[in-house]
Design a protein. Structure first.
Length: 304
């Protein structure tokens, strides 16, 4: 075979063969984001594990897998998948593999953020817009409705209320908020998906975001959420919106503020073995399991 023909064959193979997918490892305790994997810095190439998911996504390409190391320490990030580099193909999806790790949007409500308002009631400094929630050591606290102008003294010990951007809390007798491991939802959305296809998100816990745990914002297709627990987010565990179509399987949504699963616009959620636990808070805070708006649809997949 002539040299010219060999070069032609190699060129055709390069154009038609998919680039080999890679596993990009993330370890939020032992990893480093100072990798020279994209050639932006002079010197030899260096590669993961990365410290943050966002850094791994910056170096990712179509069909890769982002593999989280479950260190026991939550990943405190907001991440976004957008466009071709964060998409896959039918035989090689772009994946986020959680290995049971937690993506967490809360921050500690430390003593410097509180001020006493009298009668054992404390006020947290104004929170960002959204649906802020207060928790204790990762578990929801009892929430009480306070009518505008109402008496804050109706708060019982270890309960809280929200009035606009302000949160009020009462501890046990002779104890203040600094005596408990209190957390407030701070980051906006755990995972945002936009204009992606052939994506799989699996084996992950997403908790404590002011809006949604996972939001398929628009133009998301051939995408699956499998083995995920999305809990204690201010608005919903999962939102499927715009012209998105998402399959959700073996997944739990619970203790979210406004809905466990929310489907809006022309979004379609296909559900298989999904547990949507309606809120257990007293009325009016018991969030429904499923909310559909506009032409949004939630379709049950046939049992296998």
């Amino acid at each position: 075979m002539s040299r010219r023909r060999i070069l032609l064959v190699i060129g055709c193979l390069l154009m038609t063969s998919p680039v080999l997918a890679r596993d990009l490892i993330v370890d939020n305790l032992r990893g480093s984001d100072s990798q020279n994997d994209r050639g932006f810095v002079p010197g030899p190439a260096t590669f993961g594990p990365y410290r943050t998911i966002n850094r791994a996504l910056a170096g990712a390409r179509s069909g890769d897998r982002i593999v989280l190391t479950n260190t026991g320490e939550p990943y405190r990030e907001m991440i976004a998948l957008n466009g071709y580099r964060h998409s896959g193909s039918p035989g090689a999806p772009f994946e986020i593999v959680g290995n049971g790790a937690t993506l967490d949007g809360t921050v500690a409500a430390g003593m410097e953020r509180w001020r006493a308002v009298g009668g054992g009631v404390w006020q947290l400094e104004p929170t960002p817009p959204g649906y802020p929630l207060l928790s204790r050591g990762g578990r929801p606290l009892n929430r009480v409705e306070i009518i505008a102008g109402g008496d804050l003294q109706q708060l019982q010990p270890l309960s809280w209320a929200r009035a606009g951007a302000l949160i009020y809390f009462r501890g046990e007798p002779h104890r203040g908020p600094f005596d408990y491991p209190l957390e407030v939802t701070e980051l906006t959305t755990g995972i945002t998906l936009y204009d992606v296809h052939d994506v799989v998100i699996r084996d992950l816990v997403v908790r404590g975001y002011r809006l949604d745990g996972i939001n398929a914002h628009d133009r998301v297709r051939e995408t699956a959420i499998v083995g995920v627990a999305s809990r204690h987010n201010g608005r919903s565990g999962i939102t499927v919106a715009g012209a998105s179509q998402v399959t959700i399987g073996a997944t739990l949504c619970e203790q979210n503020g406004k809905a466990q699963l929310r489907v809006e616009g022309r979004g379609v959620a296909r559900l298989g073995n999904v547990d949507l636990v309606a809120g257990t808070d007293p009325a009016p805070f018991s969030a429904p399991a499923l909310v559909t708006e506009d032409a949004g649809q939630a379709l049950e997949l046939p049992r296998q």
